[in-house]
Design a binder for this molecule. Structure first.
Ligand code: SF4
Length: 660
């Protein structure tokens, strides 16, 4: 037995039909599963110029290659489609129970094409797929929908459910897909793709066995890994993290951060535990990326991870994760509990807006989870509106009376409510900042912070230019998970792959502000590794602990029976990255046009805070990256030699590599 099932399910919503497709073993070896298999299928099926909200677009739900194999950190699933937000390859991933449930239904992917003429949901169990009426669910929020579907399908087995909320139904371009009562595959606007297909939900109740080629080896590796990553955190206090972050922010040197420390922080607080360090270092943006801690001096007291921890009722883990960074927190008001907000959500709704009301963060986070809207993009959109209001580009007359001053909690709550419902002034922001800015005077575009149309997550490229580079060159622009120099330092790939440059433990901060010093080589290694572990279904927090502690390559071999080296797995990652880039080229995307907003490169430079005065030449970084990965240095289009060397000319026509 292998960890992959050997087939995917295709569902045609226009005709209400379905069929299975057998995937040859060779394709798994070339593209793995998850995002890699998704890239192979979508490149083959989606024609050039397809409308992302039309019948030709395909929405795929794909578990990782290692999901269910007994390896740790590998319970993520990937949503893939052409993104309506950016027009590029779109993906988003999430943890919870869904990835394993897809495998238990016997598939490595469920892919939807066409458009239903009425709201429907897919129900899938041992008897096969059924397309069922969802008229009674349309208009319900994501948690209400999940509860109703659980009531309707309460059998011996509790099904796993993915759904959209009202934001996806109204085709908001910043909507996501929700599973496990409020967790989102949030990015790329894929909730709108699901909404455009009138597919309200996917309900999975399969019970097939999932295992690995060598379950004993997988288990032994998992036992050792658990011992290596579960470390005591009793003596770790948020005040100490505040001190550490502030000290780093003041020094002219950078440090390679420790995966062991991150594992402790995640296990104790979840991702919010990184907030104090990030603020101190200058990683967390303030006031729509124009400010610093000076604009919100109360930030450490108001947004204290220990306060979040005190409100935590219970922790939860994704399947097969020893850390359990998730949690359910107690809330004031009618709704009494919600998911613990992630770091990104906290930054999005506090420092970006100069809001110090943590209770408001809980409340708005819950609204967004229920509505099915991306918290990163939503906070970015509110911050954009606040800057426009401050600058006088919009007035209270435009906002319908909302006073969009920085930190105005009631205005934030009401604006987000309107955005989710696509009502009133909020409707202007329901499709993200790029589209909103297009209706204002040209100078407003400088406040619309995005890459290729997608709002940027809250890690400052002026601190880590690698973050800005990856957000600009990845085929899904604007994703913070696609890479950074920090990630290279933490993944520790050089410990497993010969010829990669080791990171220095301490280095002058300026070392990061050039594509030289081995930085381009490191960036390409990060891209390729990211494609590999996304295809494996791995969580990037787990990977940040470092490949010398987390045996992800060995698990891949134990799961499949292959005998590939870490370098060969990275080569596979390069193939997937290149095919995703070719997807964009076929769709008429110019890679040069996916750059992060100039403000994030330090143009103009910040005047205060740890990143004051820093700037970098993004074009220089992009050209160097393209050259290092084997794409045309000037245009970002993969070269014929690279396509040939990666053995993907069989599906990519040579004529498609011409400059756009
Ligand atoms: S670290 Fe958190 S998000 Fe990642 S697998 Fe574990 S519980 Fe899930």
């Amino acid at each position: 037995m292998k960890a992959y099932t050997g087939k995917v399910l295709w569902v045609d919503l226009t005709h209400g039909t379905w069929h299975e497709e057998t995937i040859p073993d060779a394709i798994y070896q070339q593209y793995l599963a998850g995002i890699g298999l998704g890239a192979w299928l979508l490149y083959r099926e989606i024609p050039a110029g397809a409308d992302p909200l039309g019948p030709e677009n395909i929405l795929g739900f794909l578990p990782g290659l290692l999901t269910g194999s007994g390896s740790l950190f590998t319970g993520r699933w990937m949503a893939v489609a052409k993104s309506p937000l950016t027009g590029t390859w779109g993906d988003a991933n999430c943890g919870g129970t869904l990835a394993f449930a897809i495998k238990q239904c016997g598939y490595d992917g469920i892919l939807f094409k066409g458009i239903s003429n009425r709201p429907v949901y897919l129900y899938l169990d041992a008897h096969g797929p059924q397309i069922r009426d969802a008229a009674h669910l349309w208009g319900k929020d994501a948690i209400e929908t999940e509860d109703l579907l659980h009531q309707a399908h309460h059998g011996k087995k509790q099904p796993a459910i993915a759904t959209i909320g009202p934001a996806g139904e109204s085709l908001s371009l910043i909507s996501g897909i929700v599973n496990d009562r409020g967790r989102l595959a949030a990015r790329s606007g894929l909730g709108a793709v699901m909404g455009s297909k009138r597919l309200k939900a996917v309900v999975l109740a399969g019970s097939q066995r999932v295992s690995a080629h060598d379950p004993m080896k997988t288990k032994l590796l998992a036992l050792k890994c658990s011992r290596d990553v579960i470390l005591p955190a009793r003596l770790l206090h948020s005040r100490a993290l505040t001190f550490l972050g502030r000290a780093i922010g003041k020094l002219p040197v950078g440090f390679t951060q420790s995966g062991a420390l991150l594992a402790r922080v995640l296990a104790k607080w979840g991702t919010v535990g990184t907030f104090q360090v990030s603020v101190g270092m200058g990683d967390t943006p303030f006031k729509n990326w124009t400010g610093s801690e000076r604009d919100m001096p109360q930030v450490y007291d108001a947004i204290d991870p220990d306060r979040v921890r005190q409100s935590e009722k219970r922790k939860y883990h994704c399947r097969g994760c020893p850390l359990g960074c998730g949690g359910i927190v107690e809330m004031k008001g009618e709704i009494t509990e919600s998911h613990k907000p992630e770091y990104e959500t906290i930054a999005s709704l506090t420092t970006m807006l100069l809001n110090d009301d943590l209770d408001l963060v809980y409340e708005v986070n819950e609204m967004l989870n229920r509505g099915g809207m991306d918290t990163i993009s939503a906070g970015g959109a509110v911050a954009f509106a606040m800057e426009c209001y401050e600058q006088g580009w919009i007035t209270q007359e435009d906002t319908g009376g909302l006073e969009l001053t920085w930190g105005n909690a009631p205005a934030i709550r009401e604006l987000v409510r309107q955005m989710i419902a696509r009502q009133g002034f909020g409707a202007w922001l329901s499709d993200g900042v790029k589209k909103a800015a297009a209706s204002l005077r040209p100078e407003a575009s400088q406040a619309a912070i995005h890459a290729g149309g997608q709002e940027i997550a809250y890690h400052d490229p002026r601190l880590d230019p690698g973050m800005g580079l990856h957000a600009s060159v990845d085929p899904t622009p604007g994703r913070h998970t696609s890479g950074a120099y920090l990630y290279y330092e933490m993944y520790r790939l050089w410990t497993r792959i010969p010829d990669l440059p080791p990171a220095l433990q301490v280095y002058p901060r300026t070392r990061r502000y050039t594509p030289g010093n081995g930085n381009s080589q490191a960036s390409v290694a990060v891209s390729n590794f990211t494609q590999f572990y996304n295809s494996a279904g791995a969580c990037y927090f787990g990977m940040l602990i470092g490949v010398d502690r987390v045996p992800i390559f060995e698990w891949a071999n134990a799961a499949t029976g292959w005998n590939l080296t870490p370098a060969e797995y990275l080569r596979t990652g390069q193939r997937i990255q290149t095919l995703r880039q070719m997807f964009n080229i076929r769709q008429g995307i110019d890679p040069r046009a996916l750059k992060i907003s100039p403000r994030l490169t330090g143009s103009p430079p910040l005047e205060h805070g740890p990143n004051r005065g820093f700037h970098f030449d993004l074009d220089e970084f992009m050209h160097a990256y393209w050259k290092a990965i084997g794409w045309d240095e000037a245009t970002g289009i993969p070269t014929q030699e690279t396509l040939q060397a990666l053995d993907i000319l069989d599906i990519v026509q040579p004529t498609e590599g011409v400059p756009v």
